[in-house]
Write a protein that binds this ligand. Structure first.
Ligand SMILES: Nc1ncnc2c1ncn2[C@@H]1O[C@H](COP(=O)(O)OP(=O)(O)OP(=O)(O)O)[C@@H](O)[C@H]1O
Ligand SMILES: [K+]
Ligand SMILES: [Mg+2]
Length: 697
């Protein structure tokens, strides 16, 4: 059992139509300055070659550099040194803008990674040797199974498991959440500690569970830094498409030279380069990687760690969302608030049995049963010291106690307790039990049956409430054509009530963790991309199988390792935010690709007539923009081509405005805005630039 119970029901972007609620990480002057330095480093050929579109521009700037030095390098040319030099300068600027966009997108991740590195660099641990001696060693010398003692105000040197002591730990360095967490031995979650967190009271004895380099902190640094950032599948596909487009334009432009020679039209190589750069999709080529990095950065500001860009991208394409009932759709603070005895049983006997059944039950449900039963007069019985507790498990759906006097008390899902009574005591359930349970379930509450030696005394009512806003969220998911499936270990009637209240498309009740895995597989076999959340070790297989697996940081290490996203706030409803972030990234990419390609059409009308005006006066008809001179036409187109990049950087980093609507609506709206807008903008922009620079050239 894991406490995915968060009292706060945070409703993120989707609930507020995404706009204006993105976490604000301001771009500081320092970030701009760092990005500037980084952008210069990116001029290296081995960086440029990774982006074929911009690489062509980069090569173009070398060619025009050569022409600036020797204008007649490729044969007699009417272009002056100065003209070639200006073309070169604009091309260098174009490459630089692309470098800057990427550097700016990477900046925050790098800054965060640097902070995490600092945390890691000065970690030391006090190792306890077999003979009991203490030895202070740097964290990098600690190995799996070493035992270390961590005192108040010390930073945890390694990931580990508490084996002795109890202390409050501040995990802010990792999770950003400064509320201290109590760590103690013996529980799945509360006994695991993370390197980089600080003990703020008492002391702990820790058994190290990871070797240096494998800690969660190391993994975080690795991820955040994106050092080995891999292109996502869609990004690769788009890069290939843009490269092919670029190659086609290289061939087209190269074939202009012989045509011109045949027509005896003298054309300048610098103009050919300019034409090529204007035609290839430089806008999206320059901004593509920034869009992807910015999306990962945005998940990070939501306090979600993405194991890869692929996970964020997949979130945008998800078609099925598998959501837990308790703690995801409902607040998960299931509270015992009533006891209903079956006919012939005293209410006080039921209350007392419920109390005893929960005596060793440390789950929130168990503690709640204790406090409610104590309020109604239950009290510890004699002989509890010889009693043996039975922990709750999602498999058995029961918990309980075996008392010293031989009594066996059980509490759990009604079907589980009925089976237990039949199997162990050959007892059949009271006649009115099912009716009481169904009545409770119909209200959306969870009935727990209590049995003593197979006699079922009645029902404890665990009530739970829907998270505020969850219904709206699910409605929005439906509008985006995402199927929602609620899974729960609870009984079918409670499940149905909650499912109806929340408005999910489907629900599956009485599931155990293996069935979650099967459900993920079933959806995938029907060709859908599946997302799910989880926190327990039991959830790990399903998290690994899902296309998007979001693990809770409060969960077990196994779950976190299996998932491709980890929520440091442990708020499972964030899955819906991640879908929004992923979708927004895909939409931004699509919109800017449309814009980029539409944009290039206009430049063709500026440059072609300018190039051939002398040889083919008839082409003047193409000069629809009425640009001043051939020179100013080429330069205006090129300047516009460069300037559009920085103008669109904010949009690339922020993402285009995202609204919940169907894919078809979205597509046609974006086609209008970015397609038609992309067609018109350069006509205006180039004309304006031409007007400004005409007197100068
Ligand atoms: N502490 C407990 N002791 C005994 N029975 C419990 C306890 N907690 C839950 N149960 C019973 O076991 C069932 C299954 O619990 P489980 O945690 O697997 O699922 P759930 O919490 O109901 O749903 P979800 O999968 O949405 O979290 C519950 O519906 C309830 O009937
Ligand atoms: K272009
Ligand atoms: Mg549960």
């Amino acid at each position: 059992m894991t406490p995915k119970r968060k009292t706060t029901a945070k409703i993120g972007p989707l609930g507020r139509q995404f706009r204006g609620v993105q976490p604000q990480g301001a771009y500081t002057a320092d970030l701009f300055w760092r990005a500037f330095k980084e952008s210069l480093v990116k001029f290296q050929p081995r960086v440029q070659i990774r982006n074929p579109v911009m690489f062509v521009v980069w090569v173009g700037s070398l060619v025009t550099l050569a022409l600036t030095i020797e204008p007649n390098l490729f044969g007699p040319s009417s272009a002056s040194r100065g003209y070639n030099g200006v073309v070169m300068a604009i091309l260098v600027l174009t490459v630089w803008f692309a470098n800057y966009a990427e550097a700016l997108a990477e900046g925050r991740g790098k800054a965060k990674a640097a902070a995490l590195r600092r945390t890691r660099s000065d970690l030391v641990g006090v190792r306890i040797l077999d003979d009991g001696r203490k030895q202070t060693v740097p964290a990098r010398d600690l190995r799996k199974d070493d035992v270390v003692r961590v005192e108040k105000d010390h930073v945890m040197p390694a990931d580990g498991e508490v084996i002795e002591g109890a202390a409050y730990v501040n995990e802010a360095a990792i999770t950003g959440e400064s509320a201290p967490v109590l760590k103690e031995p013996g529980t799945d979650i509360f006994s695991s500690v993370t390197a980089g967190t600080t003990v703020i009271s008492d002391w702990l004895l820790i058994r190290v569970t990871t070797n240096p380099g494998d800690t969660f902190l190391d993994r975080m640094i690795h991820l955040v830094e994106g050092a080995k950032r891999q292109k996502t599948p869609n990004e690769v596909a788009l890069t290939v498409l843009l490269s092919v487009l670029t190659l086609i334009f290289v061939i087209v432009v190269a074939s202009i030279a012989p045509v011109a020679a045949y027509l005896q039209a003298q054309i300048n190589i610098a103009d050919l380069v300019a034409l090529l750069v204007a035609l290839i999709p430089t806008t999206i080529g320059a901004l593509l990687s920034a869009i992807g990095i910015a999306a990962i950065d945005r998940t990070m500001r939501f306090n979600v760690l993405a194991m890869s860009g692929k996970a964020v991208e997949a979130a945008g394409d998800v078609q099925t969302l598998i959501l837990d009932k308790t703690g995801t759709i409902t607040t998960g603070n299931r509270e015992a608030n009533d006891f209903i005895a079956v006919a012939g049983v005293q209410q006080s006997d039921l209350v007392q049995a419920a109390f005893l059944a929960s005596y060793f039950d440390t789950t929130p449900e168990g503690r709640s049963v204790i406090s409610c039963s104590v309020a109604r007069g239950a009290e510890p019985a004699v002989g509890l010291d010889q009693a043996k507790g039975l922990d709750f498990s999602a498999q058995t759906r029961m918990s309980g106690i075996d008392l010293g006097d031989g009594r066996v008390i059980r509490k759990g899902a009604v079907s589980a307790v009925v089976r237990h009574a039949a199997d162990e005591f050959h007892a059949s359930p009271p006649a009115d039990l099912q009716a009481i349970a169904d009545r409770v379930s119909k209200m959306g509450a969870t009935p727990l049956a209590i049995s003593v030696d197979g006699d079922i005394l009645g029902i404890v009512v665990l009530s739970d409430t829907l998270k505020p806003g969850i219904r709206e969220r699910i409605e929005q998911l439906r509008k985006m054509a995402i199927r929602t499936i609620m899974v729960t270990g609870d009984n079918p009637i409670t499940a149905q009530t909650i499912a109806a209240e929340a408005g999910v498309d489907e629900f599956v009740a009485e599931v155990n963790p293996e069935e979650k895995l099967r459900l993920v597989r079933r959806e995938q076999s029907e060709g859908r991309l599946v997302a799910m959340t989880g926190d327990g070790t039991n959830d790990a297989p399903a998290l690994a199988q899902a296309d998007v697996g979001l693990a809770m940081h409060s969960g077990t290490m196994a779950a976190k390792e299996a998932a491709n996203l980890v929520d440091l706030d442990s708020d499972p409803t964030k899955l819906t935010d991640l879908v929004a972030i992923g979708k927004q990234m895909l939409i931004t990419r699509g919109a800017l690709t449309t814009f980029s390609i539409a944009n290039d059409v206009a430049k063709y009308f500026a440059i072609i007539p300018a190039m051939f005006i002398v040889a083919l006066p008839g082409l003047a008809a193409l000069n629809v923009m009425g640009l001043a001179t051939p020179r100013s036409a080429v330069l205006s187109a090129l300047i516009f081509n460069a300037l559009i990049i920085p103008l669109l950087i904010p949009l690339a980093l922020r993402g285009v405005h995202f609204r919940v609507e169907t894919a078809a609506n979205l597509f046609s709206r974006n086609l209008w805005i970015y397609g038609v807008g992309g067609l018109i903008a350069p006509f205006i922009g180039i004309k304006l630039i031409d007007f400004l620079i005409a007197p100068l050239v």
